[in-house]
Write a protein that binds this ligand. Structure first.
Ligand SMILES: O=C(O)C(=O)C[C@]1(C(=O)O)C=C[C@@H](O)C=C1
Length: 361
């Protein structure tokens, strides 16, 4: 049997380790400030954020991690550390679908860390506008949910926006029923974002049949409305319950326990290739026979795998569609560049929406 080490001795050891960690993280912060001076000397004045470098740092941490901390935990620590280091260089301003407490805010923190200056914006369209006008350097918008499919509004906005996709982040979405009441009886209305109502459709029809469900601009807005009444509830993330002082009446009411939402980061910056990247493109073929074949042929010829394809009406003619496609690889990679070049000759319009590192966690 191993001897039990006295608590006082263990705590002394922890204190000594903490002192070393504190010294080391401050040395790292000094180094990041030096990086900022170098960037300024090299003519950089605007954003010091380097998404490709951040991804490489986090991937390396994941590879190096000896445990017992889980890889995801180690990555989260370093995510926050880099976020704090970047804030010392120059804080980033990032617009997200507000108000505070939305899943988009959670995605923003997961991607940029908590030292980011997160700016709540009322609609997806406003997020695009805010970044296009230069009021924020980046924006975070939902693009796809595993239960409900694409967020059409986000995809459609890319048809006219000059912005690029600079990153992606996924969030496991747990929905909760919350309100001022103690139980389900007496609930007269449920507010939520339309995507969240759809993600809980079966639960709602089983446990609150006939109760009016009203779609509002965000889950956090739903929580804010529920906080003003004794008989109206909201469906939102747990953070919203805390923010608006609501009781969680039922936890995890999403119909699919793997319910996940993918968000993308939009901005003008294009990350360099990291070796594990994705490229998103927008393609229009016009209403012609074999349209899909003309798209897929050049990709297959150059050994590029497509991870996602989505069609949307182009809004420019009856039955004219555009395709949103995600590919493996960076547009600077030789095979992707060749495939895109060949594709360009087969279609009416090809817009590269961005190449960006695959999410680390
Ligand atoms: O390597 C850089 O360019 C840095 O600015 C340092 C650092 C970091 O803390 O590691 C900070 C911010 C950047 O987004 C990337 C990395």
């Amino acid at each position: 049997m191993t001897a039990i080490i006295p608590l006082s001795e263990l705590r002394e050891k922890i204190d000594a380790i903490d002192r070393q960690i504190l010294e080391l993280i401050n040395q790292r912060a000094e180094c990041a400030m030096e990086v900022a001076r170098t960037k300024i000397a090299e003519g950089e004045t605007n954003t010091f954020y380097r998404p490709d470098r951040e991804t490489l740092v986090l991937r390396r941490i994941k590879e190096l991690n000896p445990g017992p901390l889980a890889d995801e935990t180690a990555v989260r620590f370093f995510r926050e550390l880099m976020s704090a280091c970047l804030a010392l260089e120059k804080p980033l301003e990032v617009a997200f679908l507000g108000p505070k407490g939305t899943f988009t805010q959670q995605a923003t923190f997961k991607h940029f860390g908590h030292a980011v200056n997160d700016i709540p914006v009322p609609t997806i369209n406003d997020i695009f506008n805010t970044v296009e006008n230069g009021h924020c350097q980046f924006g975070v918008v939902p693009v796809e949910n595993s239960t409900e499919g694409v967020v059409a509004h986000t995809l459609d906005r890319f048809m006219t926006s000059p912005l690029q996709i600079c990153g992606e982040v996924e969030i496991r979405v747990h929905q909760n029923l919350m309100g001022k009441m103690n139980d389900l009886s007496g609930i007269t209305e449920v507010f939520s974002h339309q995507q969240s109502l759809a993600q809980c459709r079966q639960w709602l029809s089983s446990y609150l049949p006939g109760v009016e469900c009203t779609a509002v601009s965000s889950n956090a807005e739903a929580a804010r409305l529920a906080a003003q009444s004794n008989d109206k509830a909201a469906i939102a993330g747990a953070v919203a319950a805390e923010l608006y002082d609501l009781k969680i009446i039922e936890k995890n009411i999403e119909d699919d326990s793997n319910n996940t939402t993918r968000f993308i980061i939009i901005g003008y910056q294009q990350p360099a290739s990291t070796g594990h990247d994705k490229t998103s493109i927008l393609v229009s073929t016009g209403n012609q026979p074999g349209a899909l074949h003309k798209i897929l042929g050049p990709l297959a010829d150059h050994g590029i795998s497509m991870t996602h394809i989505e069609s949307r009406p182009s809004r420019q003619g009856l039955w004219d569609y555009v395709f949103f496609i995600d590919l493996n690889g960076h547009c600077d990679d030789d095979n992707v560049a060749k495939a895109l070049n060949a594709l360009k000759h087969n279609v009416h319009m090809l817009k590269v929406l961005g190449s960006y590192p695959k999410a680390v966690i």
